[in-house]
Design a protein around this ligand. Structure first.
Ligand code: CP
Ligand code: NVA
Length: 305
């Protein structure tokens, strides 16, 4: 039996494979599906396992698989035996007998890997505390719809060096754009991710200086200051550290005049971004959210074909 086509993280793929997924997603979006078939996943089912809340990932994956002709079933941690201690490995073995792919959102990347190791069907990373690769596929798609090819362009990240930051670093290397991350030192992205980017020849820099990161950028990105995997007790500490990294009109004015603003959502207005920016003319966050649907069609099509 062939090994399942897992979608675990962007750094595990070559550029051409990621580009093929994006092209397929784009083709479904444009109504010219690959192979001419708008419903290539008839008879296929996706299980979606959620240890943590979700709005976009849950709805966009369910709509994506159904629009491609397939079916979806949701397992919440609390409503399944996972919540009573059944192992991820056993869950993987069982789900593999019922469905054709498994998407999992977990705050322990080790559980994603355990699922992938023991599933005989493709496993898709729907967010861990370490990465969020499905979001980045939608983000690259969104950038390119608004500003053309992302290769060689400049993206500035302002804020926490979190799971989204790591996936942006993976994307910068694979899609060959420059990424400048402005993060407070204690919240910089993991050293091994930055070392990986350097070893791959990526153009990724980390600074504590928002102005130099954003200067002339084509896109400014941020994310929540307190992620689902963070300890709520650290909220005040994080807010104090991250306050100087808020994306406001002054920050956007440092970027290119036609720069776009992106945020994976959910957003916290007047924390990581002001309402004037996220609800302003440079914001593309609703297109970005919509593109979760289209990019994930490309991912599902690659995993299941
Ligand atoms: N951006 C994102 O993954 O949103 P949800 O947490 O709502 O799925
Ligand atoms: N960094 C955020 C992303 C949410 C989509 C979190 O992990 O909570």
């Amino acid at each position: 039996m062939n090994a399942p086509r897992h979608f675990l993280d962007l750094d595990r793929f070559d550029t051409a494979t990621l580009r093929a997924m994006l092209d397929a997603g784009r083709a479904f979006k444009d109504g010219r599906p690959p192979g001419g078939n708008p419903q290539p996943l008839v008879g296929k089912a996706l299980a979606m396992v959620f240890e943590k809340p979700s709005t976009r990932t849950r709805v966009s994956f369910e709509r994506a698989i159904r629009q491609l002709g397939g079916d979806a079933v949701v397992l919440e941690q609390s409503g399944s035996q996972l919540g009573r201690g059944e192992t991820v490995a056993d869950t993987a073995r069982v789900l593999s007998r019922y469905v054709d792919a498994i998407m999992i959102r977990t705050t322990a990347a080790a559980k994603l890997l355990e699922m992938a190791e023991h599933a005989s069907v493709p496993v898709i990373n729907g967010l861990t505390e370490r990465t969020h690769p499905c979001q980045l596929m939608a983000d690259v798609m969104t950038f390119e719809e608004h500003r053309g090819p992302i290769e060689g362009r400049v993206v500035a990240w302002c804020g926490d060096g979190n799971n989204m930051a790591t996936s942006w670093i993976h994307a910068a290397v694979r899609f060959r754009f420059e990424l400048r991350l402005a993060c407070p030192e204690p919240l910089a992205p993991p050293r091994e991710v930055l070392d990986w980017a350097a070893a791959e020849g990526g153009r990724v820099v980390v600074t504590t200086d928002v102005e130099s990161a954003v200067d002339g950028a084509d896109c400014v990105v941020t994310d929540t200051w307190v992620s689902m995997s963070d300890d709520d007790g650290d909220s005040r500490y994080r807010h104090n550290l991250l306050r100087p990294y808020q994306v406001d009109d002054r920050v956007m004015a440092l970027a290119q005049p036609d720069a776009i603003f992106m945020h994976c959502l959910p957003a916290h207005r007047e924390d990581e971004v002001t309402a004037s920016v996220i609800d302003g003319p440079q914001s593309v966050v609703w297109d970005e959210a919509e593109n979760r649907l289209h990019a994930q069609k490309g991912i599902l099509y690659w995993c299941l074909s």
